[in-house]
Design a protein around this ligand. Structure first.
Ligand code: C5P
Length: 235
């Protein structure tokens, strides 16, 4: 029997990763694959590259990195070449650089191949996968039994991200050197890059259920997805 596939796509900062993580906790026997984390991890691996003479040369080097990288998910943690990179990939530097890396076609084809492999063999005892990103329902898993598209007002998304960063900085005892306006500009720039790139841009997949997250709490959002998933799992 084919593994059950749940695809969650949408604009930046709609809580896709947190939603997916909580959803797999509620459904029995599902693996969580955060495809954005893979693009972020490749971005981290490109940082030591010397500035290339041309953007073509840079893209070739980045593609070679993607083709020679091993990924492994353990729960919601991501291991790259055996090393846990889950924390490092969330930095502001990575967030700012990732769109350019994710726009390189050869990077996408390498990662899409790995993502399909994860979905077809989600691991021992797994009934299926919850995979989240930008092109999961449209490109990576077009036959997914459930497709979700998370949308939301940009100001609300930026405010949530800002509050999260504020809390993290406070916890670490560090100053937060970024304003709400800067976060909002970052979120908007990432959305535009995702909508406008040539290779598998962000778009609502056919049959996707659109959920506007602007006025939903995380718990409400997860609850809605759980209901939809259980309904599809019964049929
Ligand atoms: O979801 P997250 O913000 O972690 O994703 C990081 C970046 O990776 C996004 O801004 C997007 O450009 C890219 N991405 C992508 N395709 C995916 C998942 C993420 O291009 N399936």
């Amino acid at each position: 029997k084919r593994a059950f596939q749940i695809a969650i796509d949408g604009v930046a900062s709609t809580g896709k990763s947190q939603t997916a993580r909580l959803l797999v906790q509620r459904l029995d026997g599902f693996a969580h694959i955060d495809s954005g984390a893979m693009y972020r991890a490749i971005t981290l691996k490109t940082f030591p590259l010397k500035p290339a003479v041309s953007s073509t040369a840079w893209a070739e080097q980045v593609a070679a990195i993607a083709e020679n990288t091993q990924f492994h998910f353990a729960g919601s943690r991501l291991f790259m070449d055996g090393e846990d990179v889950s924390t490092d990939i969330r930095s502001l530097e990575v967030t700012r650089a990732v769109s350019a890396v994710a726009a390189v076609p050869a990077v996408r084809s390498a990662l899409v191949r790995m993502q399909r492999d994860f979905a077809s063999a989600p691991g021992r005892g797994s009934r299926g996968v919850v995979m989240e990103g930008r092109d999961i329902g449209s490109t990576v898993l077009p036959d997914a039994q459930l497709k979700i598209y998370l949308d939301g007002q940009v100001l609300v998304r930026a405010e949530r991200r800002f509050a999260e960063m504020h809390a993290a900085a406070k916890k670490a005892g560090l100053p937060l050197n970024v304003t709400l306006e800067e976060i909002m500009a970052d979120v908007q720039r990432r959305d535009t890059a995702d909508f406008e790139r040539k290779t598998s841009p962000l778009k609502k997949a056919d049959r996707a259920v659109v959920i506007d997250t602007s006025f939903l709490s995380l718990a409400e959002q997860v609850g809605m997805l759980e209901v939809l998933a259980r309904e599809r799992l019964m049929h």
